[in-house]
Design a protein around this ligand. Structure first.
Ligand code: SF4
Length: 119
């Protein structure tokens, strides 16, 4: 498996407000079975943010992915900037819990914007 991607980028309506953030190229990767989807928030249920991040890490390791493409600005998936958590559309420099853990463990983690720039 080449990629692990944020589920919402592949069209799954798993965001906090019940919507997706569809990116057609990411969806194509999943359809072509080049990518597996993961939503750390759905994995988490009512647990702490660290736990779903570790489950996502396990998937990345099991699938031996070469690249992880995550949704920018999410407090879990953001790679460079994240929402500050006040639901007022304010963003701060920083990475989400999942991105930070995956990077710490040696995975390449990029946003959907960086992914598009690579095409
Ligand atoms: Fe998308 Fe990640 Fe938020 Fe799940 S946790 S909805 S995959 S940005």
């Amino acid at each position: 498996m080449k990629y692990l991607v944020s589920s919402c980028l592949a069209g799954v309506a798993c965001r906090y407000n019940g919507t997706a953030s569809l990116d057609a190229k990411i969806q194509e990767l999943v359809e072509q079975e080049q990518a597996k989807m993961v939503c750390p928030e759905l994995l988490g249920g009512f647990s702490t943010p660290r736990e779903p991040a570790y489950q996502t890490l396990e998937w990345a390791q099991k699938l031996d992915v070469t690249c992880v493409v995550l949704k920018e600005f999410s407090p879990s998936c953001g790679t460079q900037m994240i929402y500050d958590g006040n639901f007022a559309n304010h963003k701060v420099v920083g990475e989400g819990v999942t991105s930070a853990l995956l990077r710490q463990e040696g995975f390449t983690v990029i946003s959907e914007n960086e992914f598009m720039e690579q095409l």
